[in-house]
Every structure is written in C-alpha cells, then in structure tokens.
Unconditional design. Structure first.
Length: 95
C-alpha cells in the first residue's frame, strides 16, 4: 500500500503530527504572551485619563514649560473640553 511507502511506521507519523501541533501551540502561546506584554506596557505607560485633576496638572506643566507638555503627561480630552467651555462662555458672555 502507498501508506506503508510514505510512512512505514504509523507511530512515527503520529509523533511527527504531535510535534507539529506542539510547535504550533507553543508559537501561538508566545505570540499571545507578546501581545499581552505590549498591551500591559502601553497601559502602564499610557497617557493619563481625563479628569479635572489630570487636566489641571497638565496645564500647570504646560505653563511651567511655556509650551507643550511631554507626551507622557498629555491628557486626552482636556483641550477639547476646555475649547468647548471657552466657546460656551464667549457665546453667553456674562450674566
């Protein structure tokens, strides 16, 4: 039979298949762990979340430096919210 010619030892074929499966699973696990490590690193080093305190801190740093803050101290959303409040204040003026 052709099976005997291609794979004379059935247990060798199953061992080879098992080794390939283990290698594929190990590679998948390594890739998964690498993605998790990257995500955890980004979460730890990522920008601060929007809050009154974080925005105040960012603008204090901006005033001290006299310009833009370092990327690690930038708080997403502060500029948008402040611009919106400024626009509302200008629109309604006083009273």
């Amino acid at each position: 039979s052709s099976y005997v010619t291609v794979c004379p030892n059935p247990s060798a074929a199953s061992q080879l298949a098992a080794q390939r499966s283990l290698r594929a699973m190990a590679l998948s696990s390594v890739r998964f762990l690498a993605v998790i490590a990257v995500l955890l690193g980004v979460a730890e080093a990522g920008p601060s979340h929007f809050s009154v305190e974080n925005c105040q801190g960012m603008y204090e740093t901006m005033n001290k430096l006299g310009g833009p803050v370092p990327p690690s101290e930038f708080v997403e959303g502060c500029n948008d919210v402040c611009a919106k409040v400024k626009g509302l204040k200008e629109y309604w003026q006083s009273g």
